[in-house]
Design a protein around this ligand. Sequence first.
Ligand code: GLC
Length: 602
Amino acid sequence: MHTANPGVLKLENCALALILGTVALAAGGQTAAVKPAPSITTQSAERDWWKNAVIYEIYPRSFQDSNGDGIGDLNGITGRLDYLKELGVDAIWLTPVYPSPQVDFGYDISDYRSIDPQYGTLADFDRLVAEAGKRHIRVLMDMVMNHTSDQHEWFLQSRSSKDNPYRDWYVWRGGKGQTAADKGQPPNNWQSLFGHSAWQWDEKTRQYYYHKFYIQQPDLNWYNPKVQQAFEDIVSFWLKRGVGGFRFDAITTLFEDPSLADEGVVKDKDGNAIVNAYGDPQLDGSKTDNLPGLHPVLQEIRATTDKFNTNAFPGTRVLIGETYLPNVEELAKMYGPPGKPEFHLPMDTQVAFIDKLDVATFRSKLIDAETHLSAHVPLLLFDNHDNPRLDMRYGNGVHDKDIQRVLATILFASRGAALFYYGDEIGMKTTPPERKQDVKDPIGVTGWPKEKGRDGERTPMQWDAGANAGFTNGSPWLPVPPRAAAINVAAQKSDPVSLFAWYQSLIRLKKTVPAFESGANIMLDTENNKVFSWMRQAPGAPQVVVSVNFTAEPQTVNLASGGAGIRPYHVKTLLKSPGAADPESLGAIELGPFGVYIGEVQ
Ligand code: GLC
């Protein structure tokens, strides 16, 4: 259902605001009784936890090493749970910790039912889940269904002979123009997202196999129902161990068009093919991305997952999607059609990667999230392990800390669930390798120097100003950035105006201010292209206004003006940038450079 732009509203138009609030509150929710019944309040809190969730992404390799091998591990994470509790997170998502040859640092999985010895053991994992549970923190696993490692038993079988029962678990084809003597050409022009042809010749059985990512990551054949059954079983295995849900990796690339037709080449406005960082022509993805076969698969996985919901902690088990999509209409489909739910929380990458502090774009993308997702819960984020950190995408080198305050405010003070990446809460910066020989992420070698890989956003967590920033006693797998001496958790925890304190305050507001729990986002002052303002509105709760200055100059906004002059609303400050004054009314809110104001309307 698409409504006529109700995300924009003047403050005095409260009737409509109330209606919107009701729609938002009525969205979603299911439950299946398993554990003894707790109180009603607890039941609904556990069932609905994800609708206003704060989720923290951990790159386990870089979070905390506990055994001195220079690589982060599960026991390291367990040792930092009190920190995460203090920050206020509801769930942690771990990028893959399964056994893996680590070509793609865990996204090449060779066994879906165990833990890589680099990260610990299944017993360590169980202890992490139990200790996190004591702190009311859920553990979410990464689930990679598009491909396995080429060392996975399924693929070893599959490549062993053309009549092996696992042959059809992967995507095999003969070459174009292939003869008894010659392999010919790859079956079509499809490319790996990590550079060059997506087809790899395998001499033993004289066919090509398809890989959307690295050569060592052969794609599974999702037209084979046995593949789906295998993943239903894997998902159940981890749900039984108590995980709170999954983040589904590269989910839009599960299916390929069986016609195997070539993809179109993307051209610039002069009609020339666009060349990507690997020197290949940019393809349109029309035969390998976001094919409709995906939706029934997701509906099955969701049905399996829903059987594990409990009324007590961990409550609803949640499915998150890595959903890079071209527009909000495609994003809306990822929640599933009525009665056939798919993801609880597909990532809103429309908002995440605007990559420019432009008020009009932010406003329009957030209106989209509010009005084009049929009242489902948006999952907002700005950062992850695959993209340069916030400083490189949004910073200006002068006001980076204030700009990160702005982004964090949009993240936590908008309706929906919020996901952020380890280190964002202290303003960790991107530190790309300076020399090709230092690159660890293989795409940085293939694409050097245009694509330096993802090492820069995966550097060790900066805990303190000591050796290796408190990450390891050994030699860290990626260098600790020298600026860790200044930017670290220990320094910020004792600083009341630190970014860490700002994150903590925002998360506390998100959890305790009634309008923030589920209230609709209603845009205010919509002609303003310097300050982004909105209101959170829920039935029966005081309205809360939020203003963020997207410029390096001071600004004053009037949120009381409905075109008929200033209205004398009083406002009580809930949070404001350090050093800012309290406004006397909604008519004149003063904001410093990249300043933020959050206040309750009285
Ligand atoms: C996802 C992951 C990325 C990985 C790729 C292949 O995009 O986030 O890190 O390399 O999938 O699994």
